[in-house]
Structure formats: structure tokens, C-alpha cells
Write a protein that binds this ligand. Structure first.
Ligand code: SF4
Length: 341
């Protein structure tokens, strides 16, 4: 399979179902958000807006331009306003979902839990906000990260990229050389692919936290970094002081995933004990567009079986499905893949 970049969702996707990875990240068919994800996004947006208020207040800024809401007066931003604005925004852009008043109540309750539980520690107004959202998108210029692929449009080459956005980075009040990366979770406190509950032991090896730490170490090379995951509805925060050992583990994890995805010549289906995902959670299963009685997943699997991987990429890949990272470093151009189905 072609892999030019990794992000938390693509890693989870590949290890959850290889066919899902192929359809989503190689062919470029993105499914629409489910309700749980959309509610989580609304809570994240409310927390992000309050983090911007905290940062602007500390810096003495009275107005700023929010990338979602446009110009905002900092003094007008309250938790109630942020929750309502974030909720309204997601109701508007995720209009395929069946929203109702209970969903707003849940988003409001979870946001206030994040703000008020644990003595208000995670209320951004009580924190020294370094950056409300840290976006990262860079290539790993190491020999192990170099790739060359044959595609329906000719060969491509470059270095593996990593991409993502952390929820919040704050500075410690006692030691400004110490940063804390906070990731909010409004879902279950269990691994989506295995159903196993997450605890300190598993979180030390969590792919998302390792990926974020790897990126933050490169963005803030002089800082010590604590990784915190906040399960808003459950046990609350898990806080871990990552260091050299986790940096090495993160690089090994990325290399292993890169090698395993590249070596995969024919994507398999979701493991049988997780087959319920096809019907209930996968955007390419029962919830996907159905043509001639077949789901997108069935159409693609039939195509692989009858015409092979390369021809399936040419026939069903969406133009610009994946980005090419050139050998000079940095994102250089989009690669297009055949025609859309
Ligand atoms: S429908 Fe099932 S097998 Fe198909 S991509 Fe989704 S999870 Fe994988």
C-alpha cells in the first residue's frame, strides 16, 4: 500500500482494518462524521476557543480573528458562548446528522466537566496557554523514511511525512521550561480497535501520544514535555513525563508502521471479532453509499479481486488523494490518482 505520510487517524485506521486504510488514505474516500465524533469536535472547539481567550487575555489582546468564528472580542467569550457557538457550528457543517436538544446538553455537560473537574486545573483560563492547537506537518529526512512508489501516474519518491494537531500546549506555572500537551477525549476510555480499557501501562505506548511527542520534541527541542490525556467522562487525566526513551519508541513505531503498510500488497478485512464495525461504525460499510446493493467496501474489494490493486487505484482513486513529499524536504505537490468512481 502507498503511504506518504502518517497521522494518528491513519495509524489507527490501518491497525483497525487494512481495507479501511486503503479506501480512506490511498483511494481518498473520506466518510462523513458520526454523531459521537461530531459531538466530540464541538466540545474540542469550545475548549479551543476558551484557550484562545486565555492566551489573548494574558497577552493583552482585546480582539482577534478566529479561523472558525471570524472577528471576536475577547471579553465577550464565555463558556456558555463558546459551547453554543461551537455546537451551532457543528450542527451546520454536519447537517447529515440527526441532532436534538439532548446532544447540546451532553456537549455542554462535557465541556463544563473538562473546565470544572479536577479543581479547575484544565480550565484554560487557569493555565499558561502556549498554543491552543499545535499543527504539525513535516517530513522525516532519514534513510529509513525514504520511499519510491509506482503509481498509475508514474513513479513518485520522497520522505515519509507526519501530520496532526494537538489539542493544547500549556507551560507549567512553576517551571516554564516544562510544557504539557493536553489531549481531550470525550469518547470511551478504551482502545477502539481492541475494546481493551486504557490505563497508564498502555498509554505509555499509545501510538497517538508517541506521535504527538515525536512532533513536539522537534518543534520545542529545548523543552521538557509532559503528555496528558484527559478522558472527560471517565477517570480523568493520565499525565506522563515522556523523554528520550519515548522519542526512540515513537520513531521505532513510525518506522514499523511505515514498513508494514508498504509491505501490504493486498489489504485484509477487519478481524472477525471486530466485524460489527462494518455495520455500525465504518463509513465504508453499511453507512456508506450503496450502489447496486453493494457498499463502497464491497465495490472496492470486488474490484481488487477482479482487476487487481493497480487498476483499482486507477479506477477508484480520487485525484489528489495523497500528498507527495519530495526528496528536498517539505510538501511539494499533490499526486492525482486516476478517476473517481
Ligand atoms: S466495511 Fe468492514 S471490512 Fe470494509 S472497510 Fe469498513 S471495517 Fe473494513
Amino acid at each position: 500500500l502507498i503511504v506518504t505520510y502518517l497521522r494518528s487517524s491513519s495509524l489507527n485506521c490501518f491497525y483497525g482494518c487494512e481495507t479501511d486504510y486503503f479506501i480512506t488514505y490511498v483511494l481518498g474516500h473520506r466518510g462523513k462524521s458520526g454523531l459521537a465524533a461530531a459531538k466530540g469536535n464541538a466540545v474540542h472547539k469550545a475548549m479551543e476557543t476558551l484557550a484562545w481567550k486565555s492566551k489573548m487575555t494574558r497577552e493583552g489582546v482585546f480582539e482577534y480573528e478566529d479561523e472558525t468564528f471570524g472577528p471576536l472580542v475577547v471579553a465577550d467569550i464565555t463558556p456558555e458562548w463558546a459551547i453554543q457557538a461551537a455546537y451551532d457550528y457543528y450542527v451546520k457543517i454536519e447537517d447529515h446528522l440527526d441532532w436534538n436538544a439532548t446532544h447540546f446538553k451532553e456537549c455542554r455537560e462535557w465541556t463544563y466537566k473538562a473546565l470544572n473537574d479536577w479543581g479547575g486545573y484544565f480550565d484554560p483560563m487557569n493555565q499558561i496557554v502556549v498554543e491552543p492547537e499545535v499543527k504539525f506537518d513535516f517530513v522525516i529526512e532519514e534513510d529509513w523514511a525514504r520511499y519510491t512508489y509506482e503509481t498509475p501516474q508514474g513513479p513518485i519518491e520522497g520522505f515519509l511525512g507526519i501530520k496532526g494537531t494537538t489539542d493544547l500546549v500549556v507551560a507549567d506555572k512553576m517551571d516554564t521550561n516544562l510544557l504539557e500537551c493536553v489531549d481531550y477525549k470525550t469518547g470511551r476510555q478504551s482502545d477502539f480497535n481492541t475494546g481493551i480499557e486504557k490505563d497508564y501501562w498502555s498509554l505509555w505506548h499509545d501510538k497517538q501520544l508517541l506521535l504527538y511527542y515525536y512532533a513536539l520534541r522537534r518543534l520545542f527541542p529545548d523543552k521538557a514535555i509532559m503528555m496528558t490525556i484527559l478522558f472527560v467522562k471517565f477517570d480523568g487525566p493520565f499525565r506522563m513525563m515522556f523523554g528520550d526513551e519515548q522519542y526512540a519508541e515513537a520513531e521505532a513505531m513510525l518506522k514499523k508502521a511505515f514498513d508494514e503498510i508498504r509491505a501490504n500488497e493486498r489489504p485484509g478485512r477487519v478481524p472477525s471479532n471486530m466485524a460489527f464495525k462494518c455495520k455500525y461504525t465504518c463509513a465504508h460499510g453499511q453507512k456508506g453509499p450503496i450502489v447496486d446493493g453493494k457498499t463502497r467496501c464491497e465495490i472496492i474489494r470486488d474490484s481488487i479481486y477482479t482487476i487487481g490493486m493497480d487498476a483499482t487505484m486507477a479506477k477508484h482513486g480520487i485525484p489528489g488523494a495523497f500528498g507527495q513529499y519530495g526528496s528536498g524536504g517539505g510538501r511539494q505537490s499533490e499526486v492525482t490518482l486516476g478517476v473517481s468512481d
